[in-house]
Ligand binder design. Structure first.
Ligand code: XMP
Length: 316
């Protein structure tokens, strides 16, 4: 049995020895938020929480993040870096290259921010599956999770990863013990590179807008269906943009648009996952809403019925 109180006590005591200023990358997700609150407990005003708006965030994400940190009374600096990310990803289609570019830009931004606050350490909410799947000497690289594999070899900041040996369910328990609301602790995971890895191929601003809207619809409809008792809320659920055109018909005119794949999985620790058995009537609602909302862009919606392994949860 994982003892969250003991973990918090031991970690904060250990971290309290950190005298230098520390900067933490907050994504608004459970892992980095729990890490930030844990570190704030140990470091107080020596901790600087930074949120980077990459332009690949979910709908309303920056606003939600601000609100949560406000409620938890932890100061948060927001960096608007959308244009820099869109520029850096121009013409890049290979998934590992995308992840590495995003990771590198993150670090650059943090180094810039760290200079401003004279930080010597960079904290991250890396979990065990992140570094296990990022490879290393003993394991194959499945994908470079951006808080691990994207780090440049020469980094001027010391890395602090207080939850790196933990799994998602354990981090959620710590969050609760730290007083973070249950609703927030149960929030589904969101990848570090954000919507960029939910756009197959080149991740442009226009494509980000499409997948952001589709993701919001998937979230809205599945949460509604769960509230209405039609199903239980899946572990993780989102949309993926496949920017390959197929032929359709809208009204009596020919349509030629992209495809959205709906992904919904059940898991405990993200190491393995089963696709969710979402009722067909719910899937149909999602499909109709996506094609209606994104009329001129999407004319086909498919459901991903693959487990992990052999697939991964995200498509890139
Ligand atoms: P995969 O796609 O590898 O994802 O099966 C496993 C879990 O990790 C999330 N994920 C990430 N989380 N940085 C993160 O912090 C990343 O780069 C990253 N990539 C994937 C994914 O959403 C799933 O929950």
């Amino acid at each position: 049995m994982f003892d969250s109180d003991r973990f918090i006590q031991e970690k904060t005591t250990e971290l309290a020895n950190t005298k230098e200023n520390t900067i933490i990358a907050c994504s608004g997700g459970v892992d980095s938020t729990v890490t930030a609150i844990l570190l704030h407990k140990a470091l107080g005003k020596n901790l600087h929480c930074v949120f980077v708006d990459t332009g690949f965030m979910r709908k309303d994400e920056p606003e939600t993040v601000k609100k949560i940190f406000n409620t938890l009374k932890v100061p948060l600096t927001i960096i608007n870096a959308q244009t820099r990310f869109y520029e850096a990803l121009k013409g890049i289609t290979e998934p590992e290259q995308k992840r590495k570019i995003i990771g590198k830009l993150f670090i650059e931004l943090f180094e810039e921010e760290a200079k401003k606050v004279n930080a010597k350490n960079l904290a991250q909410g890396t979990l065990a599956p992140d570094w296990i799947e990022s490879g290393g000497q003993l394991r194959d690289t499945i994908k470079s999770h951006h808080n691990v594999g994207g780090l440049p070899e020469q980094m001027n900041l010391e890395l602090i990863e207080p939850v790196r040996d933990l799994y998602k369910d354990e981090v959620r328990k710590i969050g609760l013990a730290l007083g973070i609301p249950n609703e927030f602790c149960q929030k589904q995971p969101f990848p570090g590179p954000g919507l960029a890895v939910r756009i197959m191929g080149e991740a442009t601003e226009k494509r980000a807008e499409i997948v952001r809207k589709a993701c919001a619809i998937v979230e809205e409809e599945l949460e509604k269906a769960a509230e209405e008792g039609k199903m239980t809320l899946p572990w993780q659920y989102f949309a993926v943009l496949i920017p390959i055109k197929s032929v359709g018909v809208q009204g009596d005119a020919r349509a030629y648009g992209y495809t959205i794949a709906v992904r919904s999985v059940e898991s405990v620790d993200a190491m393995t996952a089963d696709y969710s058995k979402v009722p067909h009537e719910v899937l149909e609602k999602i499909s109709v809403k996506i094609t209606n909302t994104l009329k001129d862009k999407i004319n086909r919606v498919v459901y991903d019925i693959s487990n992990k392994p052999p697939s991964t949860i995200e498509w890139e």
